[in-house]
Structure formats: structure tokens, C-alpha cells
Design a protein around this ligand. Structure first.
Ligand code: M6R
Length: 611
């Protein structure tokens, strides 16, 4: 997501900060900035868009000073703009921040009541105000930072400089990464190792709750309780490219493994467990409007369309509202029936897909209310939408969508609960139960990722297959579609995803002893489970090889399949989030074993901005 870099030493800091930020460009960003301290003076330079915009400003009028912090922003609160770019300042304090302050609205209200005026739409600016107040109350900078984070609920990697304390950077972290780069007579901080690798390979990884005081001469680290701690210094031998991928061979692999964090970020601040409700910032549909809706039309392409199919199951089950899932490329060229009682939801990772955008505009022009579920704030889709739910997955670089898909599923589930509450189809208790299921999902993803060795064995056995079939029923149908899409786009093996019940209507003719059939067969919902067992029998009877994705405790299907991949059992509507992950890993390892360019498969683009 966002990137942080900081420097204190005997050199001019601005060029070092800009060059460190360049090393984080691969993470994606929409604006950038630096704050440099010079003899009790704070100089801030910020620019929207590419880093060269910031660089041009820095070169034209370079802020002087040997200590500073820099940031690349990927917007979550507030559109991309110069004002919303970090560093954020208040009086003598400048801060850069990665993460989300969940209680920023209430903190802003309290601060405004004390006379504070905010100059951005961001949650981050709250930190600058809180720290400034703490300094004015007479605290030293490290204690002022501690005082501020005690008031904040959320995640952060935070770096702070102050014009009144011009020789040190104070940084701290909670659930967002922060590293310290050590060198002779100069020290660095960064959200990611690549930002500092050209200066030092001696890296300290800060731990949760740590606070570090960084000067040119030394680094002091304190734990959450304020006690001094020693954290090991590691020598990093990665090449710059390896460092960008966090040590993974491919971005896709890194993004698959990032899913526990990505999904947690989608959920953060949105689940109101006590009230049995969901909070979406900026939600603007009144209860009357929601009750008057007669249909939802989901518009999307590719993987995002698959999440729409899963979303149909969720919304229809929890909110009892009809949902149609339209391929955007088809919708835009029909004469679709759209009414003012329809809600059009565009689902898109990039927010720039040409077909989805055109279909969305069409639905809006014909009178539908327009909502986007999107990963990129400020993208064309979010600008077109009357309201957006951001998936907060962080930049997805691999062309094959992975974390974008699972975060879309989780966002759709939140939406289904919200609509269910507003339409009166879910009681408080029922909503609480659904939200509790959601809270368990990040942990379950961590668990399911442990199946990677089993998936790799399957990949090795079938890497030279010509064709694959994926079968799923009910909520697992879109998982079958997604598994097949993932495999074909990066391994170039022909793969088909089918609803199990359709097998007899054609694909069964393909099955012989050379055909691997991936069957997604969780025990819930029971009706789908019983029927998919019938499909497995049909495949076996024709000599096909069954690879079954099953619940941990399932012995029945295990006894029928040639290979099993066991996953933690989730509730029926959320099981797609869990069951998709082994299929992502299968596609990844098959493609990798075949020596393909996993992150940039042939003929594909990350963002399809043309028809
Ligand atoms: O950015 P979007 O979600 O709108 O992109 C839609 C599709 O182009 C995208 O999901 C595509 O199918 C991916 N390559 C799938 O991995």
C-alpha cells in the first residue's frame, strides 16, 4: 500500500528520501511527499501523481536539512490530491503514516471542539494534531507520540519529526511493517526494505508496539510497555528485485500470502459487533431507499465477475433481494432493462476496466443508483459511483487477481449483512453471528495457506496435463470458475469451470484417465455436498482423476478422491474465500513449474482499459 522512508545523518535528506520512495514505486501510489527539518524549521513538499512530479518540485526548490521523512500514498481516506498527500503537519509536527485510524472521525470531532482546524480529508492528519497537543502539554517527542497512539484505534506504521526537536525521528508500528536501516553516522527508517538497500543492508525489523528513536548516531527501541529492548540486526542479501517481492519469487505468490492481512484490512473498522451492523464510511443510502430497491445488478469482468456470482449468493440469502450478475461487456451492448429502483454495483480491482466502466455509466444513465466495490480510490469507477466500498487490499501487481478476489468477497459479505439489517431480513442476533464468522476469516486464511506443500505435490503430478475441469455447486460454483480462470491465465493449460449439475449436460464427455478434475466439496451447504459426491462418482466411473478440496474432517470424500487438499471449514457463504486459496496456489505452482512468466502472463494486461 503506502510507503514510508526516513533519513537522519550528515547528508542532504531530500534527495535520499525521493530516491528511497522511488524504490517503493512498485507498490503503487497516487501521490507523494517529503518533510525536511532544518534549524527548527519544517519544509514540506508534496505532489499528486507520479514521483517525478515530487522530484521536479524538490529539484526546483530543494528543502535543506539532514533529517526528514517521506511517503508514497495509496489513498484510503480522501481522494488523491496534494492536500491529502503525506506528510501531514500541524504546527511543528510532521507525520507519515501507513494504516488506518478507525476512530479518526470521533477524534477529529474532539479536536475540532478544542479549536483544531484540519487541512486534509485524511485519517492520518489526526496524528499530527494529537502529537502537537501532547508536545504543548510539555512532553518530549517520544512521549508525545506514545500519548497520541494511546488515543488511536487502528493500524499504523508512523514516523514523526518535529521542528522543535530537529535531530531525531520517532517511529512506531502496530500491524503495519516498519524497518530500521543502520549505517555509520546515519540511520534510516522505512516501511519496506528496498527503500534503504542502496545505503545499508543491516536491517532491524520492528515488532508490534515498538517505538524507535532514531538519530544519526544511534537507534533506541522501546517495547509497548516503554522498556528498552534489543531487536536483532539482520544482514539482508536480497537483490533489489527480491526485496520488492518481500523475498517471494513472484508478486503473485506474495499477494496470495498477503491475504490474511488484506482481508483484515477490508474488515477493519466496519464490523459493529455489539450493534449487529456494518459501518461503511460515506454510506449514503437511506433506509427508505434500501427498502425500495427491487433489484441489484452487478457489473464486472473476469475475476471480479466471479466475486459478483458469489456476492449474488450472499445478498440473496441475507438480504432477500434479487441479484443479477452481468458480464459488463455484454450488458453495455444490450438494451438492458434498468429502473430507478435498481442498484447497480460495479466490482473492479483497478476501477479502470473499460467494459465495466461503460456498463456502469449506462446503468447510471438509465436511472440506477450507482455503487462501486473497488480497490483503488480515485479510480474512474469510484469517481462515477455515488458511493464506494473500498476493498483496501493494497496494490495488486501480479496480473492474476488473488487478494483482490478474496477482499471483494469479504466486502460483498459485509454489504449483504448491511442490506439485510436495513431491509429487516436479518435480526441483530443473526447479523452478529454473520459478523462473528467474518472475524474468523483472516485466521482461517492463515490456516489454509499451510496446505501449500500438499498443493505443490498435486501441481507436480498434473503440471503436464492438457486440460483441467473444475466443479463446484452453490456458493462453490464461482470458486470453480475462478480456479479454472487462474490456471488457464498463468499456466496456459486449458481449464473449464462448471457448476456440478451441468456436468451431465456436456463436459462429462471430456472425462477420461488423462483428465484431472478439481472438485470443491465442502460439507456446507449439505445439499451441495451430497450432490457433488455424485459428480465425483461420475468422474471416477470414467477414469478421471479427482483432486478434492474438502473440509479438514471429511473422510467420506477423502475415501473417493485421488488427491485431497484439506481446508478449514467455514460457513457456507464464506467458504469461497477459503476454498479459493488452494486453487490460487495450484495455478501458481503449475505455472511456476512450467517456467512461465507468472506475474506477466502472455497476452494479458493488469488493467484492461480498452474494449
Ligand atoms: O480490475 P478489474 O477487477 O476490473 O479487472 C477485471 C478483469 O480484467 C480481471 O479480473 C482479470 O480477469 C484478471 N486477470 C483475473 O486474474
Amino acid at each position: 500500500m503506502c510507503g514510508i522512508v526516513g533519513y537522519v545523518g550528515d547528508k542532504e535528506s531530500a534527495p535520499i528520501l525521493v530516491s528511497g520512495l522511488k524504490k517503493l514505486e512498485y507498490r503503487g501510489y497516487d501521490s507523494a511527499g517529503v518533510a525536511v527539518v532544518n534549524r527548527n524549521q519544517l519544509n514540506v513538499v508534496r505532489a499528486t501523481g507520479k514521483l517525478r512530479n515530487l522530484e521536479n518540485r524538490v529539484v526546483a526548490d530543494q528543502p535543506q536539512g539532514n533529517i526528514g521523512i517521506g511517503h508514497t500514498r495509496w489513498a484510503t481516506h480522501g481522494r488523491p490530491s496534494d492536500e491529502n498527500a503525506h506528510p501531514h503537519t500541524y504546527k511543528n509536527v510532521a507525520v507519515v503514516h501507513n494504516g488506518i485510524i478507525e476512530n479518526h472521525l470521533s477524534l477529529k470531532t474532539q479536536l475540532r471542539a478544542k479549536g483544531h482546524v484540519f487541512s486534509s480529508e485524511t485519517d492520518t492528519e489526526v496524528f499530527a494534531h494529537l502529537i502537537s497537543d501532547e508536545l504543548e502539554a510539555g512532553k518530549e517527542l517520544p512521549d508525545a507520540v506514545r500519548g497520541a497512539i494511546e488515543q488511536v484505534k487502528g493500524t499504523y506504521a508512523l514516523a514523526v519529526v518535529s521542528a522543535t526537536d530537529p535531530h531525531r525521528i520517532v517511529c512506531t508500528k502496530n500491524a503495519s511493517p516498519m524497518v530500521l536501516g543502520l549505517s555509520e553516522g546515519q540511520n534510516f527508517i522505512a516501511s519496506d526494505v528496498p527503500a534503504v538497500l542502496e545505503h545499508t543492508r543491516d536491517i532491524v525489523y520492528m515488532e508490534e508496539g515498538d517505538l524507535a528513536i532514531v538519530t544519526a548516531a544511534k537507534v533506541d527501541i522501546f517495547n509497548r510497555q516503554g522498556h528498552p529492548v534489543n531487536r536483532a540486526t539482520r544482514r539482508i542479501d536480497w537483490t533489489p528485485m527480491m526485496a520488492e517481492k518481500g523475498g517471494y519469487k513472484h508478486f503473485m505468490h506474495k499477494e496470495i500470502w498477503e491475504q490474511p492481512r488484506a482481508v483484515a484490512d477490508t474488515l477493519r473498522g466496519r464490523m459493529l459487533l455489539t450493534e449487529g451492523d456494518v459501518h461503511f464510511e460515506g454510506w449514503n443510502l437511506t433506509p427508505e431507499k434500501v427498502r425500495s430497491l427491487s433489484k441489484i445488478t452487478i457489473l464486472a469482468c473476469g475475476t471480479s465477475w466471479h466475486s459478483g456470482v458469489a456476492g449474488k449468493h450472499m445478498i440473496e440469502t441475507l438480504a432477500r433481494l434479487p441479484v443479477e450478475v452481468e458480464l459488463a461487456s455484454e450488458f453495455r451492448y444490450r438494451d438492458p432493462i434498468v429502473e430507478s429502483s435498481h442498484l447497480a454495483i460495479a466490482i473492479s480491482q483497478s476501477g479502470e476496466t473499460a467494459d465495466t466502466l461503460a456498463a456502469f455509466k449506462e446503468a447510471k444513465a438509465r436511472g440506477a443508483t450507482a455503487m462501486a466495490i473497488c480497490n483503488v480510490i480515485g479510480s474512474a469507477m469510484t469517481r462515477e459511483a455515488e458511493f464506494s466500498v473500498l476493498t483496501n487490499a493494497g496494490p495488486e501487481i501480479g496480473v492474476a487477481s488473488t487478494k483482490a478476489f478474496t477482499t471483494q468477497l469479504v466486502a460483498l459479505y459485509l454489504l449483504a449483512v448491511k442490506l439485510g439489517r436495513m431491509r429487516g431480513t436479518l435480526s441483530v442476533a443473526a447479523a452478529q453471528e454473520h459478523l462473528t464468522h467474518l472475524t474468523e476469516i483472516p485466521k482461517m486464511i492463515e490456516e489454509v495457506l499451510k496446505c501449500e506443500p500438499a498443493v505443490k505435490r498435486v501441481a507436480r503430478e498434473f503440471m503436464n496435463s492438457q486440460d483441467f475441469l473444475f466443479l463446484g455447486r452453490g456458493p462453490m460454483h464461482p470458486v470453480a470458475l475462478e480456479g479454472a480462470l487462474k490456471l488457464k491465465e498463468i499456466s496456459y493449460i486449458h481449464a473449464e469451470g462448471y457448476a456440478g449439475g451441468e456436468m451431465k449436460h456436456g463436459p462429462i464427455a471430456l472425462i477420461d484417465e488423462k483428465m484431472p478434475v478439481v472438485v470443491i466439496a465442502p460439507k456446507k451447504p449439505h445439499v451441495a455436498y451430497e450432490k457433488i459426491i455424485g459428480n465425483i462418482e461420475e468422474v471416477r466411473a470414467r477414469g478421471g482423476k479427482v483432486i478434492a478440496v474438502i473440509d479438514e474432517d471429511d473422510d467420506q470424500v477423502a475415501g473417493l478422491a485421488d488427491h485431497v487438499i484439506r481446508v478449514p471449514a467455514a460457513c457456507a457463504l464464506l467458504a469461497p474465500v477459503i476454498a479459493t486459496i488452494p486453487l490460487q496456489l495450484l495455478a501458481y505452482h503449475v505455472a511456476e513449474m512450467r517456467g512461465n512468466d507468472v506475474d506477466q502472463p502472455r497476452n494479458l494486461a493488469k488493467s484492461v482499459t480498452v474494449e
